[in-house]
Design a protein around this ligand. Structure first.
Ligand code: 5RP
Length: 236
């Protein structure tokens, strides 16, 4: 741990490393996306370098995960080579009491959902600010859409009661383009009463690739929080 780290980054590091500690030798690991999972990837890499872990291969969920895995020395394989994913570690933007998630803050939720859902054990790593009573209360719901279908999909989402906006790039003119070459619509809901039903409804709109609701797939949530001025990790 670095003394210069701010408390939020420290929580992310602790929770990421705690998830990395659950990885076992001779296994395939799903490598999620985001600033918290980046610490899990770093932690797995450190354990491989020290010899504490051997023969671990990663299945990446994004270009970011590929870059980090290479940086920290984790060999990568594709889903066609992985007959079995033992553990997937990934972040989230919101977590409800039933461990349903909103993901996609990094526009990577389509590949994340494929990999995370295939794992025997799906571990979510978050700091305490991500815990909500109802999904949709703090975060817009990301929906990945084929570029040609953006306008009709937005109209359909509005008819269904959501308020959609096209996600725009930062330090880049125009919209965010995903790792899959698609666009992202962020949808405002007052509160999502039935996450599983909304997940299915949105994915049924022609042109939608995947939305960021992950209902009923999380096994373990590790939460980093500050208690009495000290960062700790607890399991939900
Ligand atoms: C990317 C994601 C991320 O896992 C999610 O946005 C959380 O990221 P962070 O740990 O940086 O808060 O879903 O699509």
């Amino acid at each position: 741990m670095s003394a210069a780290m701010d408390p939020v980054t420290l929580m992310k590091q602790m929770v990421g490393y705690a998830a990395a500690d659950r990885v076992q030798s001779n296994s395939v690991v799903g490598l999620g996306t985001g600033s918290t999972t980046a610490f899990a990837i770093e932690g797995i890499g450190k354990r491989l370098q020290s010899g504490e872990l051997v023969n671990v291969k990663g299945v990446p969920t994004s270009f970011q995960a590929i870059v980090l895995a290479r940086q920290f020395g984790i060999p990568l394989i594709g889903l066609d080579e992985a007959d079995h994913i033992a553990v997937a570690i990934d972040g989230a933007d919101e977590v409800d009491p039933q461990k349903n998630l909103i993901k996609g803050g990094g526009a990577a939720h389509t590949q994340e959902k494929i990999v995370d859902c295939l794992a025997d054990l799906f571990i979510v790593v978050v700091d305490s600010s991500k815990i909500v009573q109802k999904l949709g209360s703090t975060f817009l719901l990301p929906v990945e859409v084929l570029p040609m279908a953006v306008v009709p999909v937005m109209r359909q989402i509005e008819k269904l009661g959501g308020k959609p906006v096209l996600r725009m790039g930062a330090k880049k003119a125009g919209p965010v383009v995903t790792d899959n070459g698609n666009l992202v619509i962020d949808v405002k809901y007052e509160a999502i009463e039935d996450p599983l039903a909304l997940e299915k409804t949105l994915n049924n709109i022609p042109g939608v690739l995947e939305n960021g609701i992950f209902a009923g797939v999380t096994d373990v949530v590790l939460i980093g929080e500050i208690v009495d001025g000290k960062p700790i990790v607890r399991e939900m």
